[in-house]
Design a protein around this ligand. Sequence first.
Ligand code: ATP
Ligand code: MG
Length: 224
Amino acid sequence: MIIALVNSKGGVGKSTLAGNLAGWLHEHGRKVILADCDTQCSSSEWVKEAAPEIQVVRLANADEVLDELPSLKREAEYVVCDGPGSQTETSRALLMWADLAVIPAKASMFEARALDKNTAFVRQAQSIRKGPPDAVAVLSMVGRDYRLTKDMHDAASTLKLSLTDTPITLRQAYADAPGQATFVWRMGYSARDAADEIDALFQELLPEATSDKVLSLRKGNRGR
Ligand SMILES: Nc1ncnc2c1ncn2[C@@H]1O[C@H](COP(=O)(O)OP(=O)(O)OP(=O)(O)O)[C@@H](O)[C@H]1O
Ligand SMILES: [Mg+2]
């Protein structure tokens, strides 16, 4: 399965979610490849240090994305693609192959107004491919003023985008994890809320990713 974190708006949390998602899938025993499609290479640098066992690939432009994603898909259960903040061609290319587009979006009135423009390429891809990729928006860096999220709910429903029940809130732990070459769930007590929230989000997005584990656990219990 190819999961693309996209939003042509910069600084909305694509790399933060991509790195954590690759780490989370890996820790659930999944074969995952992180495909860093942003020339800033922030998620690949981070994941290489935080979890060197994860295969990391850099795809520098739209051609590399179009040419290499199909073979990467054959090599892993999940290919997590960190989309660029500006080069829309690369994002378009990603959505030609992606099974799921995850769109982090900040919860503010300005962002809600820009969501249409910044996600137009998602609807274009769905129209060309006659359906896929599935697309879901995630409220990112949600602050204390939750009232603002209503604009985002309205904007998402106008665009027929589903919005996850779990938002990602603004927390220092998310910003600190890459610099400490770690993930929020390894940061101990002070980051427990971030760890719980990101686990809830990923379970919501990919319930099947942990289901085998639950099954084998149940089988194990039965055997005892
Ligand atoms: N939930 C959060 N709480 C606090 N800080 C966050 C959160 N999510 C991301 N950040 C910080 O915000 C900044 C932008 O996040 P990130 O790099 O993930 O966005 P991006 O969409 O990948 O940006 P770009 O478009 O430039 O690639 C980073 O410094 C990151 O550490
Ligand atoms: Mg990024």
